[in-house]
Unconditional design. Structure first.
Length: 92
């Protein structure tokens, strides 16, 4: 599975990580819906860290279609309301 973190590049992540990422993603959707900015930021950073620590960063010269695009860690709560809705970034 290829995941792009906006502004940071692409990572090849094992499919076995999908469930863990989905749990974090669903939590972010809940927090955004609640307007809980502090915990939203914590969970977004956690999502990005899990991807980076478990994935292999692809060379910038590689052109590969991303399965999932994760917003940057500085995404505001207001902007997140347009992205983290329904089932979030990862389809259940």
């Amino acid at each position: 599975m290829i995941i792009r973190i906006m502004g940071e590049g692409q990572y090849e992540v094992p499919r076995s990580l999908f469930d863990e990422l989905n749990v974090i993603d669903n939590r972010i959707v809940e927090l955004v819906d609640q307007g809980n900015e502090e915990d939203y930021r914590t969970e977004l950073l956690k999502l990005i860290q899990v991807i980076k620590s478990n994935g292999k960063q692809l060379d910038d010269s590689s052109i590969v279609e991303s399965n999932i695009i994760v917003p940057p860690e500085d995404l505001s709560l207001k902007e997140a309301k347009d992205i983290f809705t329904g089932s979030g970034l990862l389809e259940d």
